[in-house]
Design a protein around this ligand. Structure first.
Ligand code: ZN
Ligand code: ZN
Length: 216
């Protein structure tokens, strides 16, 4: 892989979930991560970038990350990957949306229950699946090798913060342990693309994230 990957990250939906499209310039194949809402915006971005989605990866099944899933899956024909630890959350989306006062969400088939360490190829690139539970039981992060490693961390790790653990199945100690085991092993220059808010790097979070400094 010589050329850098094509990447675009943009907020979708009322909670501004970051949706990312990452594509191989050599083959035009791409992954879509967290089409949380605004499926038309996601499909338009794919068309504008000249990319064809060959896999849809879901970091976790909170409603703000899966709202556009059904439309994007239908329109692209790409299989959806999710961890089965979040199946109960996906099966109970109406409970989630009603508690937070949002309209209900059309669900779709989950094609593949993703496993820790599984590799999802797209063109000449690969997304490696990392199980990083704690925000939810089935929370995933994705590692994509690029000119510097890319880490899509969902609501597990944010710039300067971590995911909340007071929602269904959340657990603080599990979350911290997962970040140390699966994410802080990457080099300082690795780019963090979180589920909400600005990007960061592993080096910045290792040094300045108040939830990681003492233990790190
Ligand atoms: Zn979440
Ligand atoms: Zn979220």
């Amino acid at each position: 892989m010589s050329e850098p990957l094509i990447r675009e990250t943009f907020p979708v939906g009322p909670l501004a979930c970051n949706c990312s499209i990452i594509g191989s310039p050599a083959t035009g194949q791409a992954i879509v991560v967290d089409p949380g809402d605004d499926p038309d915006k996601v499909l338009a971005a794919l068309a504008r970038l000249g990319l064809k989605a060959t896999a849809i990866l879901v970091t976790h099944a909170h409603f703000d990350h899966v709202g556009g899933l059904a439309r994007v899956r239908e329109a692209t024909g790409a299989p959806v990957y999710m961890h089965d630890g979040d199946k109960p959350l996906y099966d109970n989306l109406d409970m989630q949306t009603s508690i937070f006062g949002f309209p209900s969400i059309v669900t779709t088939t989950i094609d593949r229950w993703a496993q820790d360490g599984e590799r999802v190829p797209f063109g000449d690139a690969v997304a490696e699946i990392l199980h990083t539970p704690g925000h939810t039981p089935g929370s995933l992060s994705f590692h994509v090798a690029d000119t510097v490693p890319l880490l899509l961390t969902g609501d597990t790790l944010f710039a300067g913060s971590i995911g909340r653990t007071d929602l269904w199945g959340g657990d603080f100690d599990t979350l911290i342990a997962a970040i140390h085991a699966k994410l802080l092993c990457f080099p300082d220059e690795a780019i963090i693309i979180p589920g909400h808010g600005p990007e960061s790097t592993i080096g910045m979070e290792r040094r300045y994230n108040p939830f990681l400094r003492q233990a790190g």
